[in-house]
Write a protein that binds this ligand. Structure first.
Ligand SMILES: *Cc1c(COP(=O)(O)O)cnc(C)c1O
Length: 420
């Protein structure tokens, strides 16, 4: 059973000010985790985590992570804007996008971001987008996203690399780096992202090995010294009971050994290690707090919450498992088996299917765990649902609203009833 950073009394107090459902993040735990990650890679001079903004695109969370020197991994106009407005510009932004529109390349360029191309055709597209005449790549760092295809075994979630829409083939990578070098680019990085919600440290270590080796081959072929390799995100979290969190220290150690063998002992110039994790940074430290609205007993027993999949889409989207805690009833010996649902007119609007929980009653508080990444962020307004508030639990126990709940006025703001 999970231990929560708040008890029932605290949640009741909060819900009198912020009606359920709401998301709440644990600042202390996020900080401790950020420090753990930094420490694991302190051996690498210039190591940087670029927080994948899409996981939890809230300025207060981003600002908190900036305390640890984290950069921002962005892939859209709004995310670039969020990064800038929370204090990250220039090479503190990694712009890793795909199917990119010209205006986003322009914005990323103007911010001085590290532009990470997803496709070989995007080099010419970028030149046009930024109006390369009169622009100089002098001093600008360029990066390409490698897709190893069949050269790397699949990750359970992201699937086989050769079926993923992202990145360059090996041949294209060599071609594009050569082309960029000929065009005057003198600073290079190398990127890949082949994992999602991966819990095996070796998979992450192998990814780093793959990039170190590739940087060596590109160096030999093209005379490029890569300043960094970015191993992407994809470190998983233990959503299910019995799973273990990734041992970040072990990953750090494993990558350090690979670095020694494949970079130092090969006489290559020092490289900075970058990563762009989202899920493992905030995921376990965010909670969706909801209340039982109805209990329904038909062919199955249903607990209907005041939250729905518009607050947390992962169970409906991926069949993902999220632990559910019923504060005040943790020790309760009497249980029942529930489908825990929301109120959307979609039968997959279920937070849990056939889950053993303490016997529930109307009004019970229910906490859905591991909602700190890709939770509120994936919210939507289908069926007229409104996005909830986001709260931050500070280290001193105080709670701050970091995003207000949407109102019906927000919902109607884009509609026009004139002239009907
Ligand atoms: C989603 C994403 C990440 C973060 O992935 P996590 O699984 O949240 O760590 C990093 N980089 C890119 C390019 C992504 O699309």
């Amino acid at each position: 059973m999970r231990t929560l950073p708040f008890d029932k009394a605290k949640l009741e107090e909060l819900s009198s000010r912020w009606p359920t459902p709401f998301h709440i993040y644990d600042a202390k735990a996020i900080r401790a985790n950020a420090k753990r990650l930094k420490d694991a890679f302190s051996w690498n001079k210039g190591f940087r985590e670029y927080f994948a903004v899409k996981a939890t695109p809230n300025p207060h969370i981003m600002k908190l992570l900036n305390e640890f020197g984290f950069g921002s991994d962005c892939s859209s106009m709004a995310e670039l804007e969020l990064a800038e407005r929370t204090g990250n510009t220039g090479e503190a932004i990694m712009f890793t996008s795909n199917d990119t529109p010209a205006e986003e390349f322009r914005r990323a360029w103007d911010l001085g971001a590290i532009i990470n191309l997803d496709d070989i055709s995007h080099w010419d597209f970028l030149l046009t987008a930024i109006g390369a005449d009169g622009r100089s790549f002098d001093g600008r760092i360029m990066c390409c996203r490698y897709n190893p295809g069949p050269l790397k075994g699949g990750n359970a979630i992201i699937g086989k690399p050769e079926e993923a829409k992202y990145g360059f083939t090996r041949e294209q990578l060599f071609g594009c780096d050569a082309k960029m070098k000929a065009a005057g680019v003198s600073r290079f990085g190398l990127h890949t992202m082949v994992a999602s919600n991966e819990l095996d440290p070796d998979y992450i270590i192998d990814t780093a090995k793959m990039l170190f080796s590739l940087a060596g081959e590109l160096h030999d072929a093209l005379g490029i010294d890569f300043e960094f390799v970015n191993i992407g995100g994809g470190i998983g979290i233990p959503y299910r009971p019995g799973q273990n969190a990734m041992d970040l220290a072990a990953v750090g150690k494993g990558i350090k050994a690979a670095y020694k063998e494949l970079v130092e002992e090969k006489g290559m110039k020092p490289m900075r290690l970058y990563m762009e994790c989202g899920r493992c940074i905030t995921g376990p430290y965010g909670y969706l707090v909801s209340r039982v609205r109805h209990i329904k007993n038909t062919y199955r027993l249903y607990a209907g919450l005041d939250a729905s999949m518009s607050n947390l889409m992962r169970p409906a989207l991926y069949g993902a498992y999220h632990e559910i805690v019923v504060p005040g009833k943790e020790e309760s010996g009497t249980t029942s088996v529930y489908d825990v649902t929301g109120s959307l007119c979609e039968n997959n609007d279920k937070f849990a299917v056939q889950r053993v929980l303490p016997v529930l009653e109307r009004g019970d508080l229910v906490v859905i765990c591991d909602a700190g990444a890709h939770g509120h962020a994936m919210g939507f307004q289908y069926n007229g649902k409104l996005r909830s508030a986001e709260l931050l639990l500070e280290e001193d126990g105080s709670v701050r609203e970091i995003r207000r709940a949407e109102t019906l006025d927000d919902y109607f703001a884009t509609l026009d009833f004139n002239g009907l």
